[in-house]
Design a protein around this ligand. Structure first.
Ligand code: SF4
Length: 697
């Protein structure tokens, strides 16, 4: 049976897969033993990919024809591709003509391939000339991005997966890595078995599976990460455990940070964070002993202080010199499979291709030239709207047309009451989607059926900057098409309706799109100008690769991507959670993953085998809380925040501290409760914490 080499479409580990297929049907999947990320392993989600692509599942859940409805909530009617594409182009062109370019918006996904992102970005910024293009990567990694930029000078993950095998300490924070990045966690387990002296520290308000297996678990109170990081540095300074020579040679800004952390002694931090002082001291000593690799995910990023949490952690690496060396460095764990690839092509409202910035006139001119814009045609300098801002604008009536691709904001964005108002008020909503059952489909006027995993060609970049090929093994069902082709088809139609900027949208295949992206990286921190498609066919490669050979870790020479080459310490003040508990909302709600589900479950939720683990959505409370209220497990309760409420059965769990609660992020209504308050720097919302009250229903 033929096998096609590809990449798992779920998380940012980016595991290689071999897809078996026959007669146009995916028949099996196994881990690619030659892929450096997973070396043949797959987690439960990856192992069942072929089942989600089975014809019996596809026939029930996939969108296979363009659909249109006359009235929102009314029945769909099929239409041809030409008519559908014409309608999108006409409605977008009309909106631009009547209200200006910023009256339209694009909301995309970290699950799109790099080539999809590139075409959408060029369409929005090079043809429509609006920067109103953002993605659900804003909910995923934007605080890590801002943290890297502010400290290291670029959106570049310094470390790599192989560092797990060489680290003396692995500092896992805000991540249930055992469930969220399972194959990488297996590599951590391997490393611990090989070197039992390795220490694993886990920082998480819940006693997750990852925390339960750690040498040291610090169950800090939600939102106190910056205090912990500052206290660790305080202790390192007190005990002379920082690397003064490294700080002097390769950094700046340390004096302000030293002044900042003076007030955060471990004793003070213990009270604020709610953990023993001795544990903070131990964590700091192990971190300083090193080599230390830190791994983090949404617990740091999804916060109104997300950038501060990231910079205060990266400070620890810079202060100890544990960066750019084997076994050491910050390694943010990307949630989505291609959040990083999307940023490479400029797929956020403030970005342009090649990690360039909308705000920089020189960058705008460089991209205009790369895209072949006509003389005198400039890219827009107006700031684009980030994810939540797009929906706020729609709710205010400022957006006339919204194109949503490969993401499900009617489930995944915080403050669902606002999102629903936005989708209802926006006059024209296009949804480009593979799955009919996505909650956002209820708000769409037009549905464009998209190809999915194993049906399209392109590339993705994983958490260690490794670019891997995604390949088509079977044709898409019905008339579904690759996302980049749909965007290019609309772009060519828009060109006939809008002033021609000179941008071209006539690529023959995904390779040609990728080559255009590659050209934009020349001379940039992610330079892959020496890499060719044929090389990627043979082996995934980590950027940068200016001569075609990837680099496993960055900044080993102590030279950073800042104007003077020095890393910049940041000295953030501590800001508590955006929504502190109070008498009316006395419970701290946190959210997280189930082991076997992915995001809104449009794909993984189709399989009974995956549904068996995790059970039904429930509110998890400490057993003491149930005893105190005389509630039995399974009792229906109403959970209310300032924005909405949901009914759920209650489930006792001693993984959750008293006065805290947990709901899996996959639960369909959880984001009625979550807050839209966001980090002012990264604009990433605080999906990880909300103050709620819990009452008997
Ligand atoms: Fe897919 Fe992530 Fe599991 Fe690897 S660890 S198989 S990339 S879901």
């Amino acid at each position: 049976m033929p096998e096609t080499r590809s990449t798992c479409p779920y998380c940012g580990v980016g595991c290689g897969v071999l897809v078996a297929h026959a007669d146009g049907v995916v028949t099996g999947v196994r881990g690619d033993p030659e892929h450096p990320a997973n070396r043949g392993r797959l987690c439960s989600k990856g192992q069942t990919l072929h089942l989600t692509a089975a014809p019996v599942v596809t026939a029930q859940v996939r969108a296979t024809r363009p659909l249109r409805r006359a009235v929102r909530g009314g029945p769909w009617a099929e239409l041809g591709w030409d008519e559908a594409l014409d309608e999108v182009a006409t409605r977008f062109a009309d909106a631009v003509a009547q209200h200006g370019p910023d009256a339209v918006g694009f909301y995309l996904s970290g699950q799109l391939l790099t080539e999809d992102y590139h075409v959408f970005n060029k369409l929005a910024k090079g043809l429509v000339r609006t920067n109103n293009l953002d993605t659900n990567s804003r909910l995923c990694m934007s605080s890590a991005v801002a943290g890297y930029q502010d400290t290291l000078g670029s959106d570049a993950v310094p470390a790599c997966y192989d560092d797990l095998a060489q680290a003396g300490t692995v500092f896992v924070t805000g991540s249930n890595m055992a469930w969220a990045h399972p194959v990488l966690y297996r590599r951590l387990e391997d490393a611990r078995r090989a070197r039992p002296q390795m220490k694993v520290v886990v920082v998480d308000p819940r006693r997750t599976e990852t925390a339960a297996e750690a040498d040291l678990h610090l169950p800090i109170l939600p939102g106190t990460d910056v205090v912990l990081h500052h206290a660790m540095l305080h202790l390192m300074l007190w005990e002379g455990r920082t690397d003064a020579a490294y700080i002097a040679a390769h950094t700046r800004g340390f004096d302000a940070l030293r002044d900042r952390v003076r007030e955060f002694s471990p004793a003070v931090a213990a009270k604020v964070c709610g953990v023993p002082e001795a544990d903070i001291v131990q964590a700091a000593r192990w971190f300083a002993d090193g080599p230390t690799l830190s791994a983090w995910c949404m617990g740091l990023n999804q916060s109104h202080a997300g950038t501060d949490k990231n910079t205060s952690l990266i400070n620890l690496h810079l202060a100890t010199g544990w960066i750019g060396r084997p076994g050491a460095g910050p390694l943010s764990l990307t949630g989505q499979p291609n959040a990083m690839g999307g940023r490479e092509v400029g797929g956020l409202s403030h970005l342009l291709p090649g990690h360039r910035l909308v705000a920089d006139p020189a960058h705008r001119a460089e991209v205009a030239a790369l895209w072949g814009l006509a003389p005198g045609v400039e890219l827009s300098a107006r700031p684009g709207k980030a994810a939540l801002e797009l929906f706020e604008a729609a709710a205010d009536g400022a957006l006339q047309a919204l194109w949503i691709a490969c993401t499900n904001p009617a489930q995944s964005l915080p403050d669902q009451a606002l999102v629903r108002r936005a989708l209802e008020r926006c006059p024209f909503v296009v949804l480009q989607e593979a799955y009919l059952g996505a909650a956002t489909a209820a708000f769409a006027d037009l549905l464009l059926p998209a190809a999915s995993w194993a049906e399209k060609e392109g590339t993705v970049t994983n958490s260690e900057r490794r670019i891997s090929r995604v390949r088509a093994a079977v044709p898409p069902p019905g008339e579904a098409r690759a996302d980049w082709r749909i965007a290019a088809d609309v772009a060519r139609r828009l060109q006939r309706r809008l002033p021609d900027t000179g941008a071209r949208f006539d690529w023959p295949d995904a390779e040609a799109v990728w080559c255009e992206h590659r050209a934009a990286t020349r001379g940039r921190d992610l330079d892959i100008s020496g890499l060719d498609w044929a090389a990627l066919e043979r082996q995934p490669v980590q950027w940068p690769a200016p001569q075609g050979v990837g680099r496993e870790r960055l900044f080993g020479d102590g030279v950073f991507a800042t104007p003077d080459g020095r890393a910049c310490f940041q000295a953030p003040a501590w800001r508590p959670v955006a929504e502190p508990r109070d008498a009316r909302h006395p419970v701290a709600l946190t959210t997280g993953r189930w082991r076997d589900q992915w995001h809104g479950m449009t794909r993984t939720g189709t399989l009974a085998r995956l549904a068996a683990h995790g059970g039904e959505p429930a509110l998890e409370l400490h057993p003491q809380e149930l005893d105190r209220r005389h509630w039995s497990p399974g009792r229906l309760v109403r959970v209310s925040s300032r924005r909405g409420s949901v009914l759920l059965p209650v489930r006792p769990s001693d993984a959750v501290a008293p006065a805290q609660a947990f709901i899996a992020m996959h639960a369909p209504q959880v984001n009625r409760l979550t807050t839209p308050q966001r980090c002012p720097r990264s604009k990433q919302p605080e999906l990880k914490h909300a103050a709620v009250r819990v009452e008997a229903a």
